[in-house]
Design a binder for this molecule. Structure first.
Ligand code: HEC
Length: 124
């Protein structure tokens, strides 16, 4: 009887350990996935930018309209201003006088580079 109890306890412990190991591995895979630069850029954009520029980049939000935020999907804006990565990086890092906040203190260079790449996906 004593042995059976020990066996049951051991099985229970093994199941727990096995379960948490599987969760651990699954968690690592999820983490790795969300760390792809594209996903990272999108997450940062949703967290920091979408309240003004909108999830679709068109800046049709209340805040975006209030500040007259740039329509990031506007083909003419991309063409006429010759928008370079350097300009995007600079605008996001230092902000713009017209109400675009500076993110240079809040976000790392890697974060800003991911955002620049993500903002580029609005260009048609
Ligand atoms: C509080 C509202 C607000 C938030 C939040 C905001 N922006 Fe802006 N953004 C603006 C406004 C307003 C402008 C237009 C500024 C101007 O032209 O003077 C602008 C302009 C821009 C431009 C064009 C800059 C240029 O060089 O012409 C880019 C790119 C941009 N925002 C990206 C972002 C990104 C990326 C984020 C998030 C990290 C962000 N914005 C967050 C309001 C905002």
């Amino acid at each position: 009887m004593g042995r059976l109890k020990i066996c049951i306890v051991l099985c229970f412990v093994a199941t727990l350990l096995g379960g948490s190991y599987i969760q651990h591995v699954a968690g690592q895979q999820r983490k790795r996935k969300s760390e792809s630069p594209q996903a990272h850029g999108r997450t940062l954009y949703v967290q920091n930018c979408a309240r003004c520029h909108g999830a679709d980049g068109r800046s049709q939000t209340e805040m975006g309209q209030l500040y007259d935020a740039t329509d990031l999907t506007d083909a003419r804006w991309w063409r006429d201003q010759h928008i370079s990565d350097r300009r995007l990086t600079n605008s996001i890092t230092n902000g713009k006088k017209g109400g675009m906040p500076a993110f240079g203190k809040k976000l790392s260079r890697t974060d800003i580079a991911a955002l620049v790449a993500f903002v580029r996906t609005f260009k048609h």
